[in-house]
Ligand binder design. Structure first.
Ligand code: SF4
Ligand code: SF4
Length: 143
């Protein structure tokens, strides 16, 4: 079983509390622009859709990385970046269909959601239940 964040766009109000919580936990500052999840505002702002990493079973980010810097956390099943190996080439970000990888200008490496080790701040802080932590089928060792 793997753990993933399920999004319920019909419950999302676009408040961005999840992004504030994520940026604080992952980067140490309250700034939605630094968050590792995004919110798409569509249909003239009628719909707010959280966009999160799918922790894919067959992740393109891992497939295209030329230096084997993308791996999987055995405990949670989250796809994680090895900062010591990452060269910042950006290929993983280019090939992620969901746009779930972000460039860290300061450290010149990429960052992505690692599920906060299994207890994501965004899920904990979302006031409406638009983000849910769920278990899905799929052997984490299968990629
Ligand atoms: S970063 Fe993109 S390709 Fe990689 S696991 Fe997440 S959604 Fe899939
Ligand atoms: S940016 Fe880093 S993790 Fe992404 S493909 Fe390049 S070396 Fe691999």
């Amino acid at each position: 079983m793997r753990t993933v964040i399920r999004t319920n766009f019909d419950l999302c109000t676009g408040c961005s509390i999840c992004q504030l919580a994520c940026s604080e936990r992952q980067t140490g500052g309250y700034n939605p622009r630094l968050a590792l999840l995004k919110i798409r505002h569509i249909n003239e702002g009628l719909i707010h859709e959280p966009v999160v990493c799918r922790q894919c079973r067959n992740p393109y980010c891992q497939t295209v990385c030329p230096v084997d810097a993308v791996g999987r956390d055995e405990k949670t099943g989250a796809i994680i970046i090895n900062r010591d190996k990452c060269t910042g080439c950006g290929l993983c970000a280019k090939y992620c269909y969901w746009g779930a990888i972000y460039f860290n200008k300061q450290d010149k490496v990429v960052m992505k959601c690692d599920l906060c080790g299994g207890s994501p701040a965004c899920v904990e802080e979302c006031p409406t239940g638009a983000l849910e932590l769920v278990k899905v089928r799929g052997d984490i060792d299968n990629g």
